[in-house]
Design a protein around this ligand. Structure first.
Ligand code: ISL
Ligand code: CA
Length: 562
């Protein structure tokens, strides 16, 4: 038992429920379909609350369920205060919230307010004429010599500007052309957004994951980006704009501060020099951020889609650097995948020969780093990347646009498909695998995106029956973490930053110390050099037997120093 179970009241760090919580991310379209139309929905989630309860998670982050034409699966919202009928009704939403809360699980929603859908009434008005009262809800600019106003590229390929015929001007969209960027310079826009936040807080939700919050303040000169590399443009031109903190502080003062909620900012382009500025204690902004640095590791010429294998050293350095950047003033959310990036066991583990071992080992990693862990649906059963054989099986707007560009340029489609299969977003969006029934028990209808054929081996029902399953390991390590404040508030130190296969670190306070050993290779490694000088107690690990003299392939374990 962690000696500090009751600590912290007079410890250096203030206890916060959102630091102690573990988040579980639900991608609603792919979680559980209750009415067999092939699309996951709110009643489907209600059916599966027992699964979340069994696992022991504290907070559900619910992906967007608002009214949306689904160009980007709900990240293009046409009504922020309505539930999309394909997900159910407001009554279903309220029932979900109550039933989760009854099990002690909180609910946070996705707040997507860098952009709306082009089918939002604001945009429909805005494009009508240059003097429409909603015109400056968005960014409209004249073209320059018959071309786009500047050289900005969209995250989803092509220019970030699209010309609208009605007024012959261009509007800005950092994502798809159906996701026009909202103009936060306009106080009326901000007021509307604060009302939306209030609307959901009044329903009793427990916070927000804020989509691309790093992008809400644009450099209003709209100069060309001087960077050739898209990710540099994101970092230094699109993100962390001049008024971003002013806006977030205003949002805090106008609404957030009135509720005891969790706020998690997501943001491409948030780099470690600016990370703390979003979450600094007492700064009245956000509780924590997701940075995406490890998601973009090894990104090649075509961006993250052609990510090359990276060195473990670089991966580890990111954790150390970010930990240092946060110090005792800031807080991160820790994750290894989500609905935008490949499955963690496929990318960071070995999903062929050591799937179970590496999935559990990565679970140890996310649950023992300093920060609030976030588990994406399916990781708890070790779901893997899907391999799509046919072009028509892909669904994601990013990938479809990518294919279009490849074709226009006459480039190699076979390679493009290969990259999409490695790093595309559809990989992680295949339905949650519940059982060995048809369509993995996700739906009795036709699923909106293919089910991974490996569902007969990888599914919740079978995992429940197997005491050594990944699922049961997650349950155990979640329970372990709850008994262990050092794992939450303790310091972090990487003990072997230069090792290319092992990740060995400690979490400690002045009273307690834990040693975490993770093997990121297919080999057994002798540990002579790292043998302990002190007595240790084994606390949790992913092999039934373990020896302090060596560490097996993808083995992970936590010791407490006595
Ligand atoms: O997946 C990516 C594209 O290569 C990321 O860069 C992603 O666009 C970025 O992390 C922002 O993601 C968020 O906003 C997008 C939405 O498509 C993603 O699903 C969401 O998580 C626009 O709303
Ligand atoms: Ca449905």
């Amino acid at each position: 038992m962690d000696k500090e179970l009751l600590f912290s009241a007079n410890g250096s760090e203030k206890r916060e429920w959102w630091k102690e919580a573990v988040i579980y991310q639900i991608y609603p379209r792919s979680f559980k379909d209750s009415n067999d139309d092939g699309i996951g929905d709110l009643r489907g989630i209600i059916e599966k609350i027992d699964h979340l309860d069994y696992l022991g998670v504290d907070v559900v982050w619910l992906g967007p369920v608002y009214k949306s034409p689904n160009d980007d699966n709900g990240y293009d919202i046409s009504n922020y205060k309505e539930i999309h009928p394909e997900f159910g009704s407001m009554a279903d939403f309220e029932e979900l919230l109550i039933k989760l809360n009854r099990k002690g699980i909180k609910l946070i929603m996705d707040l997507v307010v860098n952009h709306s859908s082009d089918e939002h009434p604001w945009f429909i008005e805005s494009k009508k004429s240059k003097d429409n009262s909603f015109r400056d809800f968005y960014f409209w600019r004249e073209g320059v010599e018959g071309r786009e106003p500047n050289n900005w590229k969209s995250f989803f390929g092509g220019s970030a500007w699209t010309k609208d015929e009605i007024t012959d001007q261009y509007y800005l969209h950092l994502f798809s052309r159906k996701q026009p960027d909202l103009n936060w310079e306009n106080p009326k826009v901000r007021k509307e957004i604060y009302q939306i936040i209030e609307f959901w807080c009044e329903k009793g939700i427990d916070g927000f994951r804020m989509d691309v919050i790093s992008l809400i303040s644009k450099p209003m000169n709209f100069n060309d980006s001087p960077h050739e590399d898209f990710l540099d443009t994101v970092k230094y031109v699109y993100a962390n704009g001049p008024k971003v903190h002013h806006y977030i502080q205003e949002m805090y003062d106008k609404v957030l501060k009135n509720y005891d909620i969790m706020t998690v900012g997501e943001g491409p382009g948030i780099h470690k020099e600016v990370g703390l500025s979003y979450v600094q204690r007492d700064k009245r902004e956000l509780n924590m951020i997701f940075h995406l640095d490890h998601m973009f590791l090894g990104a090649g010429k075509l961006g993250r889609i052609d990510a090359r294998p990276h060195a473990l050293i670089d991966f580890k350095r990111l954790f150390s650097d970010w930990n240092e950047a946060m110090g005792d003033q800031g807080w991160l959310s820790i994750f290894l995948d989500n609905h935008d990036f490949p499955r963690m066991v496929s990318r960071f583990g070995n999903d062929k020969d050591f799937r179970s071992e590496s999935a559990k080992m990565l679970a140890i990693l996310i649950l023992t780093q300093r920060g609030t862990p976030c588990i994406y649906q399916g990781s708890e059963i070790g779901m893997t990347n899907m391999y799509f054989n046919r072009e028509e099986d892909f669904r994601d707007v990013e990938i479809l646009n990518f294919f279009k560009e490849i074709k226009v340029q006459g480039d190699d489609m076979e390679n493009a498909m290969h990259l999409a299969n490695l790093n595309g977003r559809d990989n992680v969006r295949t339905p949650m695998q519940w059982s060995t029934e048809k369509q993995a028990g996700f739906t009795k209808g036709q699923s909106w995106i293919a089910v991974n054929p490996n569902f007969r081996d990888i599914n919740v029902a079978s995992s429940l029956k197997d005491p050594n399953s990944i699922l049961n390991f997650y349950k155990d390590i979640l329970a372990f973490r709850k008994t262990c404040p050092t794992m939450i508030y303790g310091n972090f130190e990487d003990l072997l930053p230069e090792d290319e296969q092992l990740y060995i670190y400690r979490r400690y306070t002045d009273k307690n110390e834990f040693l975490i050993q993770l093997n990121f290779s297919d080999q057994t490694i002798e540990l002579d050099d790292y043998s302990f000088k002190q007595n240790v107690e084994f606390r949790i690990g992913n092999y039934p037997e373990h020896s302090i003299n060596h560490i097996k392939p993808w083995e992970g374990r936590v010791y407490q120093l006595l």
